[in-house]
Structure formats: structure tokens, C-alpha cells
Write a protein that binds this ligand. Sequence first.
Ligand code: CP
Length: 341
Amino acid sequence: MTKRDFIAMEEWSPDDVDALLALATRCKRGEIDGGLAKKVLAMVFMDPSLRTRASMETAMYLHGGHALCLEPGKGSWAMETDLDAVMDGATVEHIIEAARVLSRYADALAVRTFPKGDDWTVEREDRTIRNFARYSDKPVINLESSRRHPCQGLADALTIREHLGDTRGKRLVLMWAWHPKALPTAVPASAAIAAAHLGMQISIARPAGYDLDPDDYRAIRALAEQRGGSLDVTDDLDGAIDGAHALYPKAWGSLLHFGNPDAERLLRADQRDWRLTSDRMRRTAGGKGIALHCLPVRRNVEIDGDVLDGPQSVVVDQAENRLHVQRALLLELVGNYSHEP
Ligand code: CP
């Protein structure tokens, strides 16, 4: 049987994504017992995490399985990702052998690998997660790569549905936020794809120079239109926020200056007003729009503390839903459970 990876949400059919979300709701309601007994998940974290690691470990435990976690360079061998590398430097273990070996021990692999290089034309190919999938005999789950964070996207979709009900015709603003560092685009791209899956009217509000990859815009627009929604891109943040049902502030770096932090810092230097404030929350639909964020969030930088602590913030629900969507994903990929509701 061909193995099935979860690298990007849009690579699964909308029906399959909806089935995952439905299963996640059943997990959350406590309707699914077991299903992962004697199953092992091998996780490779090349970059730090709180939610992703804790929720994956908990998901495996709750359904009777086991998760092991490796942090290359911190207790496991420093890992090489370049397929053509002559490994006479600091790296000791190649991802080719790592993927092959771990897939002998485990039923599924899960990998976090942020962009490391300074050339977006290379990073945009998402080679590390794709190569793990290529060399693993078992399903590979993307725990955030250069291009996508699909588990976050699933949690975003579930949370938006829980809070907004029928999402068709409802507006979500993915709003760029200032941040002291140039962050990757995987989360904002995945959030917009999640909103597209829900058939929402999506506005991406960003200052000049902060466009997502053109392929991301194409993927978001195609899925949104297929699902009855739309995509527009604007630099009018407050105009986009007026009457919106959901605001998703997120920092990301300029792809125009990828790998050039000094130029990137200059570009964003005057943009600290791109921040979610309570004034902006009041401009949402009926003043009751929801505020989303993947976390971790820089308080009073990306989102003001009173918004995060206020009744319209759903960021902790989003984080909780990471657990439930991943329970569903693991059950779907490697589990044994009753499909009957
Ligand atoms: N949202 C998210 O992926 O959180 P962590 O980086 O803490 O895993």
C-alpha cells in the first residue's frame, strides 16, 4: 500500500480535510478511545517548540501509543540535509539514513524544519521535509517546514468553525504584524489556506514588500474560489479590518530580502503600528470579531495584552485544537478505530 504523507493541507482533498476536522471534533468530545495501541511516532525537531511537541506527545499517549522525540545536535547527532553534501564538517547523520532507520522503528515520522538558508529560490522547494518523506517508508507529518505548517492550519480551521459556525461569506483578515525578527511564511500561508478551505473571504493586509510567495497566493486563491470564497491583498489594514469576522495577526519576513537581515530590518523599521489593538478589534463585525494567533506571540508587539486577555481572543482554543486535529491525523494515518459515529 502507498504511504500517505501530510506535508501541506492543500495536497489532501477538501473532503479528506473535512473528514479530519469531523474526526477531530469526535476526539475532542471524547468519542474515540484507543486506536494507536503499540503505534510509535518518531519526531525530529530541528527547531524549538512548545505546542507542537507537547500536543503530539499527548495525542499519542491519549490513544495508547508512544512518541519519541529527537533534537538533532542536542542529544542526537547533528543532521545533514543537503543530499549532495560531503560530510566532513559538523554534521554526523544524514537525513537519508535518519529517515530510513526511524521508519524501521516507528509507524509514522514527524519533522519540524524551519528555513535555514539565505536563498528563497532554494528554501521555497521545501527540500528537507520533502526528502524526509522521500526516504521514509512510513507516513511523514510536517510539524512546520519552510513553506507550510499544516497541523496549525487544521487547528485554525477547526477553531474558526467552532467560533463562527457557517464560514461561507464571512471575512478573515490575515494581517502582517511587526516583529523584531524576520519570521518564516509557513504559518501565514497555512492560515490563509485553512481559511480558503472554509470558503471565507480572505484579505491579506501587508505593507509593501511583504507579499507571500506567488505560488502561495495562487494556491490560496484557487482553493478559496473552489470553496466559494475569495482572496484580496491590500496595504489598507484598517480598511480590511472594518466589518471582518476574524483577525489573524502574524509576523513574517520580507521574501524580497530573504537571507539579508539588515535590509529586511530597514524595510520594516517604520511599521510598528501594524499591531492588533483593542481599537482595531472594535472595528470588526459588530465589534465582536475573533482574534487568532498560532502562538507563541510577542505581547504588546504583535497583539496587545488586553486583546489577548479579552473575550474575543481564541488563541488558547487554537492551541488546544492542535491536540485534537493531530489525534485525528494520527488515527487517520496509522490508527485502528471505528469510523462509525
Ligand atoms: N504554533 C506552534 O507551532 O507552536 P510551537 O512553535 O510552540 O510548536
